[in-house]
Design a protein around this ligand. Structure first.
Ligand SMILES: Cc1cc2nc3c(=O)[nH]c(=O)nc-3n(C[C@H](O)[C@H](O)[C@H](O)COP(=O)(O)OP(=O)(O)OC[C@H]3O[C@@H](n4cnc5c(N)ncnc54)[C@H](O)[C@@H]3O)c2cc1C
Length: 359
């Protein structure tokens, strides 16, 4: 039987996705008493991800190797029915996201973190006490919110992801080998884009849109599926279905105090997913590690630790997130003009084109 949780701990981490698992490992490695909880029954399941990570993440995650299913060389962007624009190189990897998350959790456990699944943070009191789904109350010196886009910890400190993209994704058979991520831009996919990401003999095919268009997601993904199946690239059978929200409003204030409890947000809870691409795995890994390290700093008596964490996130992600938020806004207002074709605006709103990176 699992022993009951202690009423007080050094660090309580809510969420055991990539951000939480990295935070828990970093804090436990330094010898702190770390408890980490996740409402899921098992790490990483169900998968709510298209599973692409940029090549550079490898320097941050030793366990990456076992989770990689395919290498990616390039990106192919299609605007409306136009020919693909090739971005080569655009290197990265397709992961088995469930295996990746499980490996990060195994690492956190190996460093000494007490990781519990099937445990939801139900309430967070103004003094920082967290009440779990089994009514256990835990008080931590440092509370790390790594609980994703709808973070309960974020809500407790007033840092809420108010701008989200809603997604729908199916898995299908990939009928011809492919080593690029395919991106579909269209004014018919408002506030987001369609994707086909190859993973050996299967592919993740999905789309994200502004929440106001959520009702059209099925039609958009089915349309893309039929087109690609008609072209002989993917099978007609739907092997799996998933979805979820992606924060697209940019970085939130990632620290606060609740009574004597210091609070740090990481990953999607801190709004670190890229508002244009939706990519958030690398930022979750990186910010989670930093949150764990700065929790250690705080408990070693560094009064600046929370401010330093904020500065570090700003230095790492601030400029990229601000540009992406700006481009999203520009694209949305350009596409409000029904007479415009949208092609120029779509180019300026996507990372593959020089217009995106221009002043
Ligand atoms: C359809 C889709 C496709 C995506 N594709 C990509 C991609 O290809 N590449 C990429 O880089 N990013 C992608 N993303 C984004 C990426 O998945 C996230 O940015 C990443 O998972 C963020 O990691 P995280 O640890 O911050 O949060 P999460 O991975 O969301 O983990 C949060 C954890 O907190 C737990 N939790 C939540 N609330 C509570 C609570 N109250 N109590 C206890 N536990 C709680 C959840 O169960 C979850 O396990 C995609 C997202 C979606 C929805």
């Amino acid at each position: 039987m699992t022993p009951p949780l202690p009423p007080t701990v050094d660090v309580l981490c809510v969420g055991l996705g990539p951000a939480g698992a990295r935070a828990a490992a970093a804090a436990a490695r330094a010898g702190l008493a770390v408890v980490a909880v996740d409402r899921r029954r098992r790490p990483g399941l169900p998968v709510q991800c298209a599973e692409f990570v940029p090549a550079l993440i490898g320097s941050n995650v030793r366990a990456l190797g076992d989770s990689v299913r395919q290498s990616i060389r390039a990106m192919e962007t299609r605007i409306e029915a136009g020919a693909p624009d090739l971005t080569d190189p655009f290197p990265g990897q397709m992961l088995d996201r469930a295996a990746f998350d499980a490996a990060l959790v195994a690492d956190a456990i190996a460093t000494g973190a007490d990781c519990r699944f099937g445990a939801t943070a139900r309430a967070i009191a103004p003094d920082g006490t967290v009440t779990l789904s089994d009514a256990t109350a835990v008080r931590a010196k440092v509370l790390i919110g790594a609980d994703g886009p709808h973070s309960a910890v974020g809500r407790a400190i007033g840092s809420v992801n108010r701008h989200l993209v809603e997604t729908r994704q199916i898995s299908v058979r990939l009928l011809t080998p492919h080593d690029a991520t395919d991106i579909f831009l269209s004014r018919g996919i408002p506030g987001g884009y369609g994707w086909l990401f190859p993973k050996r003999d299967v592919a993740n095919l999905g789309a994200g849109v502004d929440p106001g268009h959520r009702g059209r997601l099925k039609e958009i993904v089915d349309g893309l599926h039929m087109k690609l199946a008609g072209a002989g690239r993917v099978g007609r059978e739907v092997l799996a279905l998933t979805g979820g929200a992606i924060p697209v409003g940019g970085m939130l204030k990632p620290t606060a105090t609740l009574g004597a409890t210091r609070v740090l947000l990481a990953g999607d809870a801190a709004g670190l997913a890229n508002p244009v691409t939706g990519a958030g795995i690398a930022a979750a890994v990186h910010s989670g590690t930093l949150a764990g390290e700065f929790a250690v700093e705080a408990l070693r008596g560094n009064a600046q630790a929370l401010a330093d964490y904020e500065d570090e996130l700003e230095a790492l992600f601030g400029a990229a997130l601000a540009r992406a938020v700006r481009r999203r806004g520009e694209l949305a207002s350009a596409l409000r003009d029904a007479a415009a074709t949208g092609t120029a605006a779509l180019r300026r709103g996507w990372v593959a084109y020089p217009e995106y990176w221009a002043a």
